[in-house]
Design a protein around this ligand. Sequence first.
Ligand SMILES: [Zn+2]
Ligand SMILES: [Zn+2]
Length: 658
Amino acid sequence: MTQRIRVAEGLLRSVPDPGQLVLPKDGEQNILITSALPYCNNVPHLGNIIGSTLSADVYSRRCAGTRNRRTLYICGTDEYGTATETRALKEGISPRQLCDKYYELHRETYEWFDIGFDYFGRTSTPLHTEISQEIYLNLKKDDNLVRQEKEQTYCEDEQNRFLADRFVEGICPHCNSDDARGDQCDTCGRTLDAVELINPRCILDKTHKVVTRISAHMYVRLDKIQPQTENWIKESWRKGKWSPNSVINSEGVLIDARLKSGLRPSPVTRDLKWGVPVPVADDDPDQEMKEKVFCEWSFEAPIGYVSITANLTPEWKQWWFNPKNVHLYQFMGKDNVYFHTIYFPSVQIGDGRDWSTLHHLSTTEYLNYEGGKFSKSHNRGVFGPDAKETGIPPSVWRYYLLSTRPETADATFSWDDCVAANNNILLNNFGNFVNRALKFVSSYYGGTIPEGDTPGPLSPNDEIDSEFVADVNGLLKDYTEAMDAVKLRLGLQTVMLISQRGNLYLQSSGLNKALMNENLDTLRAIDILSGHHIGTPEYLFTKIEEKKADVWRAQFSGNDSAAATPGANETHAISGTSKRKAAAAKKSAPNPAKEQVGEVDGPKSAEALALDSKIVEQGGLVRELKARTPRTKELEEETAVAIAELKKLKAERAALSK
Ligand SMILES: [Zn+2]
Ligand SMILES: [Zn+2]
């Protein structure tokens, strides 16, 4: 067994210290790893952690620690954009203050989870601006940008400010509801463009005068670059062994709907303040771009991987312009596939330089929480800093999350499973094996690991030994294959099979019995060869009382009373349309008590108050969902369900007032 496996915290740690600068070497397979940049206006939940940072961390430790490859793992917070600006407005602080606050929260959370980034940076840096602007100018130089005009809402009471959709409210042109927002009407559920609103208002101040003006923007010509992008995908998916995803299937056929119908020019600029300013030369005909910034997610966020590396080392180009020697591995949730396989590679192609491009992408499906969804607005589920409060050690969290990694389908977090994983697998199987093996070395070899051919304390049992060696070698082969294919969950399962096999060996060889029998001390007449000294063996894991699962389940069930009711979470579930329909049917069934209250006039009834507070809460959820990017099909669907629920609540409330 020459392989070394780092599974639990503190074991075989051979990863370079953070900050120890690693640069690629010519002729070697150098590994550059990124995990999706978390958005800087919220704390990550467990699904985000397993989907990107923890998975990338495990793979990075394997490359550096057990494969001895030059490896660099980069991540950081994505800080610009409308969502930050509106969130800062809500919290009454500047976008910079907001980002400082959430950057710290993210950093602390990942540190607690023992995520070993080589560098965890952020996008709001001067180098990020410089590199983004350079790419923009290269696109422009090669005629890969095009100017297009669009009608947009504009506030005349601020210094020449175009209003992002989320900064405008008004009357819905479809249903006349008075509280439609710039991007959609919560009452009728239709998607809107802010310029369609009747009597638009500025959310900063109702008395501001809002008008419509033409705003020009620059678009990257994905349509022009498409043939090269398609060639790149067709070459890359086989080399990088991409698993089938939303862009390409297992036969290598491009299945992305956008590619099939033809990519369109995609906006690169926006009318916002908090972002990277668009560079405009004095002789540039597009002088109006001076007032604008780059689109956050669709243009400058993926550049964050590059600029964060540049903030770590001035030698960053050795990683990012070195396709011959650098293999780029990118970890992300499934909703980010388009941006990493089509969008950003197109920008790199359009930029024209010799970029290191995506080699292998590792995506995960969604992690659900106890049969529902994680929801920050409902305080439902475990969010970064909560994990620490439970007293469960980070290594147990890491194990449980990796063992449920949504590798091929959506997976579910459950407290019962989490406790069982600790007690049955980590403690009884893995921890037990490690402890027995260490005790054995401690008792019989004075704590110093002997050479492989040192005679054991009992008479040799060649048959049992050779069978054991063959089995473990077979399992190690499986492990290596799984890890090379970035199937981390499968790799971890195999590790547990190895320790299970080890326990069996200790039993069947009689070594376990020998360990229990203090009288066998006399057997220490044997030679002890020099080697590593192991110190005092300690237990790696402790038992968690099963009843704690109930305590935690209640603690993290959320502040939404509806969430405690069975069936109430279906509206947030990702899958199961029929479940949703059933829940909707249940909710729309006549409620005699409600009808009675509805006839009461005068002061607000308890029911009306409860509905009012639910409407406020649901409105918050809708806004949160609308603010999320990128807009995937799943997210649109989920948003539509939340809007339908809000509409229903409003209808119920209206019925009460009649
Ligand atoms: Zn409407
Ligand atoms: Zn205004």
